[in-house]
Design a protein around this ligand. Structure first.
Ligand code: PLP
Length: 824
């Protein structure tokens, strides 16, 4: 909830595009998603265009929920405007611009300091940690999750309200000319430039150009914090900013604050030597370089704001060496957990509930375990909002933890359960009798909800395939941007979504705007339907048709030969209901499909078939990923154009035509027809190797070190004694083997794994459940995490090393490996 804004005043400067119709013009809330409107009064609806809809499409829904203030795009049709007759409406060429202006206004009305954070890495973590540390002394507002884009920053700023004392906002850019708009909204007094890395390099001339753009955020700061030993960055800042503004820290003497590191127990000690030669020590649970950099930015910022070192230490003590991303994992008794145990505020709760609503479980309950809020201000309003969210998101069981709920329990449904503390809840978890339920666990740091997660998590053997949903979305959008607007996107989720998990990925694709899904076999389609997928689904190889099942589950089989077509046409005569099918034409792949010679007969059958709808016609390219096959591919496409046009002409059907797989979208976007079929590219693998740098790897396979051994020169390792120590050294045993899909051809150095930031080669043969790596000199200990593939090593290189393709490695990952889905 923001500070009050008078919409009449705000909009009056646009007089000729502003019409009034309501007295309800004092705004306390701005929404861009009509589904999230609680009570429409005092609310402004800003209609932003999406990639497949116009914002005004949801204006009437907002109106019916009581909204009387609107910013709509200029092209909003008259009938819609008429139906909003008792509303105040501002028509704008760019509703986003207006949203940003409102955000700026809300920022202008805020007296407290605003901290603005940007940089290539660590923005979100630094923001979260700094907010955590500051909140021991102040009422803090921070951007929800990683809301750092053009829309995200505006919404973040609109969340600042009267009672806050300090705001921490992050800004992210990916291309030139984006920062100015964000800077005008945030107007930070204190800036943090986390670091400069290679992200988004393709859009900038060089690193200096990128630094210059990011620095626009800091035009008017009083203090700017940076790391002195990042030479490129500090050179730039020291040349372009007044020395009185700059506050640096460094490892070695040189910076304004010297913050050096020593290992300590399982984490690190940070020594601060101040200008006054006073020393202080901070204890943190972190060992890795990235976290230690982030935490030192936080310490420097808190010191600059005048916090005392011992108060800062108290706040740091609550930070955890865990990742703060929302994670979907398997729980006990077939349940699923959404672990968001890192922090708790209303904005974050809504995001988590939204994510929960995308995970459709058919059998179980939706349960929310929620601690008290860190939110300040009107307590009753906060609890009322929580109660409304529970109803809106159809939570079956609510469990509130913390004494703060006392006195407000009557706002919740009678089945709700309340506990004074996490300890009491931990003792009572049995009464939940979980079975196939979906549980969101969200708590403020101090409640230590990770203990609940630990108890409810299914026993894993700690080998995990992590699927990054943000990366999936990034890749999806990259492919969509290649196509002309309006082209539909089918996503191939055959083979368990290339190993990633068909139900979860299917649900997410449904959310981010895929138009179609496709599987290889009927039972895969049935599985998707049973997991709540409502998108159209094409089944490529349905075998002998089970008409009842196909109709019942609304699956669209592929018809790829004449006999099939005949028997299908016969079978459909005695049936009520329409069956939608896709015709597959073989234009050169020689796998499935009708040939050009079959066309005349096929058309005859189609002209007479009842209850049969041709919803698609398609073909598949045999060599889309290689330039040498270009003329063959173009022949295939020409043949497809000919044959499909003929079918359309002679039967009068209006099918969706589709030809291109991931490689084809990159190489032949002109031939996308009405729809494309995205597969491997969704996971961040560009098989042409033309645009790999534009994608983000979405799958990371990781495991843990079970044991470390010191071995002498000449000792042999594993079955057949194939590994041998060239020198004295250490070998670590990892909890993954070929039964998990870690290919046996990786034996004897054909693959390396990433441990402690370094690459360690496989030594000896890969076993069924384990394998060994040479970790000589890497100081590896039991329990350390090893990355088998991800950002590094890349699955593309690994596949090449053993003469196969990434598809085989991904789809081979065994059922024993737990899939976890993260959203940051
Ligand atoms: C698997 C498949 C795709 C997707 O291929 P990718 O190379 O993974 O993009 C597209 N069309 C058909 C017919 C397929 O079988």
């Amino acid at each position: 909830m923001m500070q009050a804004i008078n919409f009449l005043q705000f909009a009056s400067k646009f007089a000729k595009n502003f019409t009034t119709g309501s007295d309800d013009y004092i705004l306390l809330d701005v929404v861009i998603d009509s589904r999230k409107i609680q009570s429409g009064s005092k609310t402004l609806f800003v209609a932003l265009n999406g990639s497949r809809y116009s914002g005004w499409e949801f204006a009437e829904d907002a109106y019916s929920k009581g909204v009387r203030n609107f910013i709509l795009p200029e092209d909003c049709p008259d009938p819609i405007l008429k139906s909003l007759e008792q509303a105040n409406i501002l028509l704008s060429p760019s509703p986003l611009r207006e949203l940003q202006e409102l955000a700026q206004l809300n920022r202008d009305n805020f007296a407290g300091p605003v901290i603005g954070i940007t940089g290539s890495n660590g923005k979100t973590i630094v923001k979260e940690w700094l907010a955590q540390v500051l909140s021991s002394k102040y009422d803090v507002w921070k951007s929800p999750k990683s809301y750092n884009s053009q829309i995200g920053v505006a919404l973040s700023s609109l969340g600042i309200s009267q009672q806050h004392q300090v705001a921490v906002l992050e800004a992210g850019i990916s291309a030139p000319n984006e920062m100015n708009a964000l800077a005008q909204i945030i107007q930070p007094q204190l800036g943090i430039f986390t670091n400069i890395g290679s992200a988004h390099d393709e859009y900038f001339l060089d690193s200096t150009a990128k630094i210059r753009e990011k620095c626009l955020l800091f035009k008017n700061v009083k203090y700017l914090i940076y790391r002195k030993d990042q030479s490129l960055l500090s050179q730039y800042l020291e040349k372009n900013f007044d020395p009185s503004v700059l506050v640096s820290w460094s490892d070695e003497p040189g910076g304004d604050y010297v913050l050096s590191i020593k290992p300590h127990n399982n984490g690190s000690k940070i020594f601060l030597i101040g200008n006054d030669f006073q020393t202080h020590t901070f204890i943190t649970p972190f060992k890795d370089q990235a976290s230690l950099e982030n935490v030192r930015h936080v310490i420097t910022a808190a010191l600059s704001l005048g916090m005392k070192p011992d108060v800062i230490q108290q706040g740091l003590g609550l930070l955890l060496a865990v990742d703060m991303r929302l994670t979907l994992k398997s729980g006990i008794n077939g349940s699923k957990l959404i672990d968001d145990s890192y922090n708790n505020d209303l904005a974050g709760l809504e995001i988590a509930l939204e994510f929960m609503s995308q995970q459709i479980t058919t059998t179980g309950r939706k349960i929310l375990i929620l601690s008290e809020m860190q939110q300040v201000g009107n307590e009753k309003a906060v609890f009322q909002k929580i109660a409304w969210l529970l109803e809106h998101y159809e939570i079956d069981l609510f469990i509130g933890v913390g004494k703060g709920y006392l006195g407000f329990q009557s706002l919740f449904t009678p089945e709700s359960i309340f506990y004074d503390s996490t300890e009491v809840l931990l003792k009572s978890l049995d009464i939940l009798s979980l079975s196939n339920d979906l549980i969101l666990i969200k708590g403020a740091r101090a409640f230590q909800f990770e203990n609940i997660v630990q108890k409810l998590e299914a026993l894993a053997h700690e080998t995990i395939l992590e699927i990054n949903l943000n990366a999936l979305r990034h890749n999806f959008i990259h492919y969509r941007q290649k196509l002309k607007p309006g082209t539909k996107m089918m996503v191939m989720v055959k083979a368990f979504a290339y190993g990633g998990g068909a139900a979860e990925i299917g649900n997410y694709l449904q959310e981010i705007g895929a138009d179609y899904l496709s599987v290889a076999y009927t039972d895969e389609g049935v599985f998707l339907r049973n997991n709540g997928i409502t998108l159209p689904i094409m089944v490529m190889n349905p075998g002998s048709y089970h008409l009842d099942l196909l109709l019942d589950k609304a699956l669209e089989p592929v018809v790829y030969n004449l006999d099939q077509l005949k028997s299908l046409a016969d079978g459909l005569k005695d049936i009520t209901g329409m069956l939608s099918v896709h015709l597959e034409l073989d234009t050169g792949m020689r796998r499935l499909g009708m040939s050009e010679n079959d066309l005349d007969e096929a058309i005859k059958i189609l002209q007479q078939a009842e209850n049969l709808k041709i919803s698609g016609i398609f073909t598949h390219l045999a060599g889309a990923d290689e330039a040498v096959h270009e003329s063959f591919s173009l022949q295939q496409l020409a043949s497809f154009e000919r044959s499909s046009s003929k079918i359309i002409q002679e039967t009068g059907c209006q099918p969706i035509r589709h030809c291109l797989n991931s490689a084809g979208i990159i190489r032949y976007p002109k031939y996308s027809f009405d729809m494309v079929r995205l597969g491997i590219g969704l996971y961040g693998i560009e098989v042409n190797q033309l645009e790999q740098d534009k994608l983000q790897p979405a799958m990371t396979l990781k495991t843990v070190v079970s044991q470390v051994k010191k071995l002498k020169k000449g000792e042999t390792i594993g079955y057949g004694r194939k590994g041998e120590m060239a020198n004295e050294g250490e070998v670590a045993t990892l909890a993954i083997g070929y039964a998990d899909g870690y290919d046996r051809r990786f034996s004897n150095g054909k693959a390396k794994v990433l441990i402690k930031g370094q690459m360690a080669p496989i030594i000896g043969n890969v076993c069924m459940d384990m394998c060994m790596v040479d970790v000589t000199g890497l100081q590896v200990t039991e329990g350390d995490v090893a990355i088998l593939f991800g950002n590094k090593p890349s699955i593309i290189e690994l596949a090449a090393n053993i003469g196969t393709i990434p598809y085989e490695l991904l789809t081979g990952i065994g059922p024993r490996v737990k899939r976890q889905y993260i959203l940051d």
